[in-house]
Design a binder for this molecule. Structure first.
Ligand code: PMV
Length: 359
């Protein structure tokens, strides 16, 4: 695999000081990534909607210094120094240092905040790591002014992926595919690409209401979760199924068959959880209220001939997906019937977004 293309050209004229701020989104997978090999190579291709309101805003101040053997950075989260988050970011810098050797020549001060409540159960690694990757790429494009926007996004996704696989899908929007797939032109295991075909208008401005059922720490970290797929009795079939589902959803997104979309997306969510139910050690990541919500969604869909559906992350929260044309009626249903199953009645209205923005 050609990763040499991502090694930055050395530059003798490093800028003395620079500061960049990026807002990067979270994303929600429709076909799920679960299972990987080193270094962060997915076992199957995945596709996600980029979100709009759930995002991270990160500023990195770079100050030139003598080259050192370790990366020198301070980390602030929501205005407070956060040393507890440092090991994860230090590990990220270790994984990318070969591609961004200039990070040894700067003192970096990272200031980050999320638009969604901390420990809401919404994974912040995708938005958090893509934000850092974009700030690094802003610096890199000062060192190498030949970089095009396409190259910047590609390398940012490549770097973000090395921190957290799904972060590779948090640079662009509204639909991003990560993982090599024969039917998706330009797709790669190394970075995410925008879904390359024309999407049917029914999927424009698709809505995602995130119902916060369980706001605690994730019961299974993604590292442990992905590892459960090694020696999993159903793993190989799952990887084949996911790639088949990607072929199917590619057609669905183009032809607007929303009933098929509902079926595929819900099946993907339940399969992700089935993988955890059937691994060893085994986990039940849904909570009773997750099931209450799913049943209510099914009832509502039946009674109202609606196209509402759900998807799940590796946790108990429910993402309720619906077309913009149903926004008023479904939001009403969420407020009247579903909010009561959320912790402190909390939910977040979001919709499909377009990717990273420099601020
Ligand atoms: O990016 P990671 O390693 O945290 O894995 C994320 C996996 C899921 O969110 C469960 C699925 C996905 O494709 O986003």
């Amino acid at each position: 695999m050609n990763t040499a293309q991502f090694i930055s050209k050395s530059s003798s004229n490093l800028v003395e000081k620079a500061s960049f701020t990026w807002q990067t989104p979270s994303n929600i997978a429709l076909v799920k990534y679960w299972g990987k090999s080193n270094p962060q190579i997915p076992k199957n291709a995945s596709i996600s909607f980029t979100l709009n309101n759930c995002h991270t805003i990160t500023t990195i101040d770079f100050e030139k210094k003598e080259k050192t053997a370790t990366v020198d950075f301070d980390l602030f989260f929501e205005g407070k120094q956060k040393d507890a988050f440092k090991p994860k970011i230090a590990e990220f810098f270790k994984r990318i240092q070969e591609y961004c050797p200039y990070i040894f020549e700067y003192k970096m001060t990272i200031n980050s905040e999320n638009s969604f409540p901390h420990s809401s159960g919404i994974a912040s690694s995708a938005s958090g790591l893509s934000a850092i990757a974009m700030c690094l790429m802003s610096l890199e494009s000062e060192l190498n002014t030949d970089l095009s926007e396409g190259e910047i996004n590609k390398k940012a996704s490549f770097l973000a992926r090395l921190g957290s696989g799904s972060a590779s899908r948090s640079v662009e929007g509204p639909l991003v595919v990560w993982g090599n797939h024969p039917e998706i032109d330009g797709s790669s295991d190394l970075y995410g690409v925008q879904f390359p075909y024309k999407v049917h208008s029914v999927f424009e401005n698709y809505q995602d209401a995130i119902l916060l059922v369980d706001k605690g720490e994730k019961q299974v970290s993604s590292t442990i979760g992905h590892n459960l797929m090694h020696n999993h009795p159903y793993a190989e079939n799952r990887f084949t199924q996911a790639n088949d589902n990607l072929s199917k959803i590619s057609k669905i997104l183009q032809n607007g068959d929303i009933k098929a979309f509902v079926n595929l997306v819900e099946s993907e969510a339940l399969t992700l959880h089935a993988m955890m139910l059937t691994s060893n050690p085994y986990f039940i990541l849904m909570k009773p209220n997750t099931l209450e919500i799913i049943n209510k969604i099914w009832e509502y869909r039946e009674e109202n001939n609606s196209n509402i559906c759900f998807t799940l992350d590796a946790g108990a929260n429910v993402h309720v997906l619906y077309p913009e044309s149903e926004k008023k009626t479904v939001n009403n249903f969420i407020e009247k019937e579903l909010a009561k199953y959320c912790q402190k009645n909390q939910y977040i209205y979001d919709s499909v977004g377009f990717g990273a923005k420099q601020i």
